[in-house]
Every structure is written in structure tokens, then in C-alpha cells.
Write a protein that binds this ligand. Structure first.
Ligand code: PGA
Length: 253
């Protein structure tokens, strides 16, 4: 059975003091009412990983993730953070291929497969993002592009390795815009991704991979999105910065 997951992507937000408050509030509110099989992941900026890890160390439902890692193992790469460093902190997840990294830092087939490999090598689970910009959807090429992104970033993996991947479908036109995909649009694309994973890895393996929806998820729309059969939770940006709203989203999965 695949996991239900709600991951908060804080992006480049919050001071250290604010990060303490946000994490403590979330840890206090994510309690017995949350189903036992739900994994909550807080993807914080690098400087807050250790304090946030310490705050949630004894919380059964909350894990910590990073928002990126280097494609290189170690060495003279000023300003970079390696998967091995993250693993040494006991970080368990890392977002890779987020549309902001694709857009602003030109990350795609040139680096993403290497980042996926190095994260897996160090025992991290990548949250691998895919999704189409507005102009691609308007042309009707969204399926083609997303299949290409999955193919390029993940399909060098074998059946064992793919089990450690979480996929996040995030239509770029829905990220930070307040414009959410409808439940039908989300389900349609999640089914496309599940079918593609089935073709490559077989039904048994594809059924075990969690596919998250991301793009303006909030407390008002989470329930309907998460009710779709192939939507296994969410990757939440803006709404993950507000403890009460994020907790409501967690309780909707
Ligand atoms: P958003 O961001 O929820 O603010 O749209 C989602 C994301 O970028 O992961």
C-alpha cells in the first residue's frame, strides 16, 4: 500500500525564529487525529534543517526534507550542499526537479538523473517534481511533456530504486498563482503518470509509488484533490507557511 504524504515546501521563506514557531505549532497540532499512515514532511531551507530536525525528533508523523542537493558527491563546489551531508544530518527526503529549479537554474536532463542517483545512494528519498507550463497545456502537450520529464529524470532507475521515489505532479500554471488544477485535471495527469510507471515497472511497483499533487493546495481544496484515486497527498508551498492551514491540509489526506 502506498503512503499518504503531505510535504510542505517552505522555499526561501522564514527567519530562524519564525521557523521555530512554525515547526513547534505544526508539531503541536499534528496529533492523534492524523491517520497513522500519513507521513508529514517539512522541506525547510538548508540553514533550518538541524533546528527543525531537533524539534521533530520524537514526533512519529513528521520527517524533514531538503529542497535540493548537488549532483556531485563531495569536493570543490562552493555554495553547494551534498546528499551525503543531508544524510549525515538524518534528513530523509529531498525535493528534486522543482519547476523553480528547472526555470531559474536550468535543471533538467543535464543534472536531474545524477541528483536522483546521488540522493538514492545516500539513502534519501527524492520527491521528484514534474509539470507543464501554461503554454504547453494550452497546446494540449501536457501529457507528452510530463511523460518526457519522468522518462528523462527517473527511467534509468531499476525496479528496486524506483520504490524509493515520490513523484509530485505540479502544473507550473498552478504554482503560487492561487489557480488550482481541478480534481479532474489532477486525477487525469496522475493516472497518466501511474500508467507510465506501470508500463515501465509493472503494476505491482507502480501501485506502491506515491504521486503528490502540488500547485495552490490550500485548506479549502485539499479534501477534494486528495479524494482522487491516484492523488496520494500534496506538495504544499504557500499554505505550508501557516501552521493552522497546513495542519488542516494534513488532516484532509
Ligand atoms: P504553492 O507551491 O502551493 O505555493 O502553489 C507549490 C510548490 O511549488 O511546491
Amino acid at each position: 500500500m502506498r503512503k499518504k504524504i503531505v510535504a510542505g515546501n517552505w522555499k526561501m521563506n522564514k527567519t530562524l525564529d519564525e521557523a521555530y514557531v512554525l515547526t513547534s505549532e505544526i508539531a503541536g497540532m499534528v496529533n492523534d487525529e492524523v491517520r497513522g499512515d500519513v507521513q508529514v514532511i517539512l522541506c525547510t531551507p538548508f540553514p533550518y534543517l538541524i533546528p527543525v530536525l531537533n524539534l521533530v525528533a520524537n514526533h512519529p508523523a513528521i520527517a524533514v526534507g531538503a529542497q535540493n542537493c548537488s549532483e556531485h558527491e563531495w569536493g570543490a563546489y562552493t555554495g553547494e550542499t551534498s546528499a551525503g551531508m543531508l544524510a549525515s544530518l538524518k534528513v530523509r527526503y529531498v525535493i528534486l526537479g522543482h519547476s523553480e529549479r528547472r526555470h531559474y537554474f536550468n535543471e533538467r536532463g543535464n543534472v536531474l538523473p545524477a541528483k536522483v542517483d546521488i540522493a538514492l545512494k545516500h539513502g534519501l528519498s527524492p520527491i521528484f517534481c514534474c509539470g507543464e507550463p501554461l503554454e504547453v497545456r494550452e497546446k494540449g502537450d501536457h501529457e507528452k511533456l510530463v511523460r518526457q520529464q519522468i522518462n528523462e529524470g527517473l527511467f534509468h532507475l531499476d525496479e528496486g530504486a524506483i520504490q524509493n521515489i515520490i513523484v509530485a505532479y505540479e502544473p507550473v500554471w498552478a504554482i503560487g498563482t492561487g489557480k488550482t488544477a481541478t480534481a479532474e485535471q489532477a486525477q487525469e495527469m496522475h493516472a497518466v503518470i501511474r500508467r507510465q510507471l506501470t508500463e515501465k515497472y509493472g503494476k505491482g511497483n507502480a501501485e506502491n509509488i506515491s504521486i503528490l499533487y502540488g500547485g495552490s493546495v490550500n485548506a479549502g481544496n485539499a479534501k477534494e484533490l486528495f479524494a482522487c484515486p491516484d492523488v496520494d497527498g500534496g506538495l504544499v508551498g504557500g499554505a505550508s507557511l501557516k501552521s493552522r492551514e497546513f495542519t488542516e491540509i494534513v488532516k484532509s489526506v
